[in-house]
Design a binder for this molecule. Structure first.
Ligand code: G3H
Length: 539
């Protein structure tokens, strides 16, 4: 496909009406302590990665603005969350599981009513294709329903007494307290909700900070949060993270930090907590997943999975393939086929059918990627695909860079964008050593049709990363599978079931199995006097 960046962006009046935002969204409210509070202070304007042609050249389209609150408002939100938790005595942490599930179901119904606008905002705020934005919304709703089912199962298993060594006990999972939840821009709805919803449904109270790119899409959902949960259970904080988050951590009142973002930020924030042992962290962090393509691999399959793995959503996935090791004997053929396949990918505006390559939301990203390529060139690599690395404002055409070596930024840095660094190897020991020396440890993809080659890789690699993918790209899903990482890639495990465990702790009520205790326990259960000590079965 020949590259025509001149016509990539068009005039505003050429945007198809069904995908256009009917109006700019200037958010002047935020949810705190059960109320939508009005904000008349500083704001941040939101410009889409989608540019329009104007008489002054290409300009990112303005789509709205949101509050930039201060430390004062975030501390008020913290107070609201602390009060709603009330040392574990609040309405929400003591509510029965069945009633908490009803609130989450109520929220989900209201969320679904807002699907159209949320999907459009995902597309406009981060440039994700319309089809993938719809997928992100639907996957999130499915995740919520799967979470509800998993909690029902958990609760059913806990709805009974256990008797061991003369002790009778009931064991359940209890909330941890106040959770500070921060999501990433690349899956601003889905990844945020895969921590927020489990944290909430387990009885914690929340401070929720939307990502910098992907803020407005949460605005239509704030009223659903307000009306579905007791006052102070869900509170939003808006503003610059480095201004408003440190004091929250320093207060010592945050019990759980959940962040999908950089390990540098996570490390800094954790250290600010005055009692680190009281802080639980559930983190999804940096990753630089490698593909290892051996000489006996099905080359067409390896190429198609490399394209998907490294370029879905323009490579902006934590699970993306960010470095490709290929056996030197097949490297030239691999590059030829990979370049041809990349050349066939449709680029354009997110609403275009079948589009794969779209503009990037981070303003500095095209310049950073260009710098990585220049650095690689200075150390002996080339861009091997036609048009690779061409830029038009927020759009960056994918570049395949070869041969990459240890002196280059692309060898270690997480590029998080459409650049595919390819490293030739002679011996499988070379990619294994790379993974051992890496500060990341999320996943790896291995390509071979030879069972003994695969097994020689599986055993060393499962102890380096948390998922070894055979003959396919890396990915998070299915959401019921554990999603985690070693080293600087994660802390804690997220899957539908694991997330419920991550945001809770086991608590038990125990007594000696005496006649008088039996009577007392029976009385409490029959009178339905406790939400914890209960044998009710959720259907
Ligand atoms: O950014 C990281 C996401 O969790 C990746 O999810 O592998 O399903 O695209 P995915």
């Amino acid at each position: 496909m020949s590259l025509d960046l001149e016509t990539l962006f068009s005039e505003e009046n050429n945007i198809p009406a069904e995908f256009a935002l009917s109006e700019q969204i200037d958010q002047r409210e935020y949810l705190s302590n059960g109320e939508m509070l009005t904000w008349d202070g500083q704001i941040s304007e939101v410009f889409s990665p989608i540019c329009v042609k104007t008489k002054d050249g290409l300009q990112r389209k303005r789509i709205g603005s949101y509050p930039v609150c201060t430390e004062q408002e975030s501390m008020q939100a913290l107070d609201a969350a602390v009060k709603a938790y009330d040392n574990g005595r609040g309405v929400w942490p003591t509510m029965s599981v069945a009633d908490r599930i009803k609130c989450v179901e109520d929220f989900t119904r209201k969320m679904i009513e807002k699907k159209d606008i949320v999907v459009k905002l995902i597309m406009w705020e981060i440039g994700k294709s319309f089809a993938d934005s719809v997928k992100e919304f639907d996957r999130t709703v499915e995740y919520i329903y799967a979470t509800i089912d998993a909690l029902k199962d958990l609760d059913r298993d806990s709805s009974r007494f256990q008797i061991e060594q003369g002790i009778v006990a009931q064991i359940r999972r209890s909330p941890l307290g106040v959770v500070l939840c921060m999501g990433p821009f690349n899956y601003p709805l889905n990844e945020t909700f895969t921590t927020l919803i489990p944290a909430l449904i387990m009885g914690n109270t929340l401070l929720f900070k939307p990502p910098k790119h992907g803020t407005l899409l949460h605005y239509p959902l704030l009223d659903a949060f307000r009306t579905s949960f007791p006052k102070g259970v869900v509170n939003t904080i808006y503003g610059r993270g480095n201004k408003i988050v440190p004091s929250l951590m320093q207060s010592g009142k945050i019990n759980v930090l959940t962040l999908i973002g950089s390990s540098r930020v996570a490390d800094e924030l954790k250290k600010l907590h005055p009692k680190v042992n009281r802080l639980r962290a559930i983190l999804g962090l940096d990753a630089k997943n490698a593909a290892i393509i051996n000489k006996d691999a099905d080359l067409n399959l390896a190429v198609s999975e490399t394209v998907l793995g490294s370029l879905s959503f323009n490579g902006q996935r934590c699970t993306a393939l960010k470095i490709i090791y290929v056996h030197r004997s097949i490297a030239q053929e691999f590059l030829k086929r990979l370049s041809a396949e990349v050349g066939k990918l449709k680029y354009g505006m997110p609403w275009e059918k079948g589009v794969m390559l779209t503009p990037l939301p981070e303003v500095n990203k095209p310049a950073y990627l260009t710098e990585c390529i220049e650095d690689a060139k200075a150390h002996g690599a080339k861009v091997v695909n036609e048009n690779g690395g061409q830029v038009s404002e927020s759009f960056f055409y994918p570049a395949i860079v070869y041969p990459v070596n240890a002196q280059m930024k692309l060898y270690r840095e997480e590029q998080f964008g459409p650049v595919i660094p390819v490293v030739p190897f002679d011996d499988l020991e070379e990619p294994i050593e790379y993974l051992i020396g890496s500060s990341h440890g999320q996943q790896v993809s291995i390509f071979s049709n030879n069972a003994s080659v695969l097994s020689s890789l599986i055993d060393p690699l499962v102890n380096q990363v948390s998922r070894v993918n055979i003959n396919c790209q890396c990915q998070r899903g299915p959401d019921t599978f554990p999603f985690t990482g070693r080293k600087d890639s994660a802390e804690g495990t997220l899957s539908v079931v694991d997330a419920l465990r991550s945001f809770s702790i086991r608590s038990l009520v125990a007594a000696k199995f005496s006649e008088s205790n039996k009577e007392l326990l029976n009385e409490i259960v029959s009178a339905d006097a406790s939400n914890f000590l209960s044998t009710k079965f959720i259907f």
